[in-house]
Design a protein around this ligand. Sequence first.
Ligand code: ADP
Length: 458
Amino acid sequence: MREPQVGKFLGAWCLLMLSLPIAILWIRPDFESGQSFATLGKLAVVLAAVSACGLALTYAVMRRYSTLTAQFAEFIGALPAQEKDLPIEGPAETQNLSRGMLAMAERVRVVVEQANTEASRRETILACMAEGVLAVDSQMKVIFCNDAFAQAFSTRIPVTEGRTLYEVVREPLLRDILQRVLSSRTPETDRFQLPSADGRWFEARSLPFGQKNRSGAVIVLHDVTDIQRQEQMRKDFVADVSHELRTPLAAIRGYAETLLDGALDDEANRRRFVEIILSQSIRLNNIASDLLVLSELDSGKEAPMQSGHISVLEVVQSAINTVLPAAGLRNVDIDGSDCQECAVVGVRFRLEQVMVNLLDNAVKFNRPEGNVTVACGYTDKGKVRICVSDTGIGIPSGDIARVFERFYRVDKARSRPAGGTGLGLSIVKEVVDRMGGTIAVESQLGRGSKFIITLPAA
Ligand code: ADP
């Protein structure tokens, strides 16, 4: 099918051609009569008219097309925004072209919109991630870094693209890993401690991406400091338990062997040896029971029905009665007269365990003829406060923060013979924490200590 614009052009051309015979008829009389000057003059007029028409036609067509191409260029330049409108007008072929370009612009807009949505979704996910994510190109220039990563290394956010890795993180270990991944193009998983991130532990997964000059590597850092600490604590705890058990077990075995080797007939010493075996087995038993309590507390196995309203006054009196014989042996006086009726919610025998541990320590680490005072009641803020003060040896300021650690003793030589396991205060802290309370210590070396428990009132 003939295109309309070409048709118009052909029409104009035909008109021009048709005018030629007229021009010939106009020139012919002069040509035949041999008036060459007039012939040439008329020929020149005809040629001038033909070329003027041709020029005018070409100019009109060119002008139309240059306006249209300028419109198209402006429209394409503004993509994917569709602020520029493309009018559907003019010859049919340009109308078709305009329609095609409008359809293409719509497709481009949809694709760009999808890409933008995808990019912003990815960026939101990466920004919300607790893991630090950093990507570098093949020149080790940072192309992406999320907030978690920047925060871990105290880097100013947002991290502008194109900065070198060294400018963002001064961590040779990360640089080495990324360089290895870039050159080997194989993923790597490592676990390490980074001094530049406050000594925190990270599990890092690094992966290469892209091809040739558009390649790079991404590293994802998962903070495992707490897991690492727990693993270390577990290892230390197992080591501590074995160490604590080994001492009484060695003593029991040693004295039993000595008795069998003939000391059974040694009237002067055999009773003492058996007493040592007994005291060491009591110590083993104490350690085992304290460990059991801690394991029960750790596993949170407390039956909810055991929890209820507890009268603190009753618990304090019962605990005082439990430690009275030990206090009597050391001539330590226990005064519980400053106790008022108050109630908390929790498991009664656990609170009693707390009070017995605190009172037992207050007696154990006291001087002969010393005093222990127990006070309890409501605070101005409506909480329940229990204080256990003693006039004992006190705790050095450097050790106060550590006395709640498992197996921590300020003076092992004093605690062990007194039957201490080093677990009492860990149990106290664990129970108080579970009851939603806090425990604080005030102590003066050589003058005494004060343990203050604050619990939510029932
Ligand atoms: P232990 O079985 O040794 O008493 P605890 O966990 O109860 O273990 O206490 C840990 C350490 O805290 C004790 O070994 C002791 O050094 C110190 N301590 C606890 N209570 C007192 C106190 N009232 N006076 C002085 N030191 C104390």
